[in-house]
Design a protein around this ligand. Structure first.
Ligand SMILES: NC(=O)c1ccc[n+]([C@@H]2O[C@H](COP(=O)([O-])OP(=O)(O)OC[C@H]3O[C@@H](n4cnc5c(N)ncnc54)[C@H](OP(=O)(O)O)[C@@H]3O)[C@@H](O)[C@H]2O)c1
Length: 252
């Protein structure tokens, strides 16, 4: 049985596509207990709520994490480095909205094949990574998309499709954040290939309005990691400062 924790946008979308495929699934809200037994437990809460789900879980080996942001180091600290993890490259803009396919999602871990199959049959392409060593690049790529298009979206109050036209800004932000992801996550990303991948996704989910969210796991995590590794990220810093408290920092 498929257990889904968190009846929000992603959780409800997964529950719907399981029902469409006649896969037995159970969608749990706050305070509803997870059952012993077998099968994946897909955690579809925001990153800040993940710790509570882990603490309440009777079988942590079955947990599946699909959160955006840099959870990977934190999951390692919690002893969950080899739990099933995924980076979802589709967008669910609202409760009960249809998922908008954007790019191929990636999953790794014991429940990855089953979940990739479920997504694929629903028209959301997904593949299984060859091993956990491939995960840092995938986490870093999605993190860069969230951060770069989030900062640009908030600064210019525009959709991700509109931000694609600011290719120089996208490239400059990616170029200064790639070394941070290398130092802090061990990711080995090529700047031009990453820019191309991020822009292709933004074109695919064009009407999405990205913004700075979940500070601790995204832009705040990047800022702290840059500081820790003595890496300069002036454009990203300027964007964050302007959004937190408008001032006279250079425009992006
Ligand atoms: N939406 C997307 O397009 C998208 C795409 C890729 C990845 N993601 C990732 O997927 C995750 C979920 O995103 P979302 O957009 O679905 O968020 P969301 O709409 O905010 O839904 C989160 C849900 O989790 C529930 N929840 C929180 N703590 C819980 C707990 N302890 N037990 C059970 N339920 C709990 C929340 O309930 P309350 O309402 O009571 O807080 C809410 O219903 C995020 O980490 C996000 O980064 C989202």
């Amino acid at each position: 049985m498929l257990t889904i924790v968190g009846p929000g946008r992603i959780g409800r979308a997964l529950a719907r596509l399981a029902a469409d495929q006649e896969v037995e699934a159970c969608l749990l809200g706050r305070g509803e207990p997870m059952e012993d037994g077998a099968g994946p437990i897909v955690v579809c809460t925001r990153a800040d709520d993940v710790a509570a789900v882990i603490d309440a879980c009777p079988r942590p080996d079955d947990l599946v994490f699909v959160q955006n942001g840099a959870l990977l180091p934190w999951l390692r600290e919690r002893g969950l480095a080899e739990a099933t993890q995924g980076q979802l490259w589709f967008a669910v803009p609202g409760i009960d909205a249809s998922p908008q396919a954007g790019a191929e999602s990636v999953l790794v871990g014991r429940h990855a094949p089953g979940l990739a199959y479920l997504l694929g049959r629903a028209g959301l392409p997904a593949r299984v990574l060859p091993g956990f060593e491939a995960l840092p690049n995938e986490v870093a790529t999605k993190l860069l998309w969230l951060s770069v298009f989030g900062v640009l979206g908030d600064l210019h109050q525009e959709t991700v499709l509109a931000s694609v036209a600011r290719r120089d800004d996208v490239t400059a932000l990616v170029a200064e954040l790639v070394p941070v992801c290398a130092a802090a996550l061990g990711a080995t990303l090529d700047v031009d290939a990453t820019v191309a991948r991020l822009c292709a996704y933004s074109i695919a989910v064009g009407s999405w309005r990205a913004g700075m969210k979940e500070w601790r796991w995204r832009d705040g995590w990047l800022q702290a990691a840059a500081l820790r590794h003595a890496l300069a990220t002036p454009l990203h810093d300027a964007g964050c400062v302007r959004l937190a408290a408008p001032c006279s920092t250079p425009a992006l």
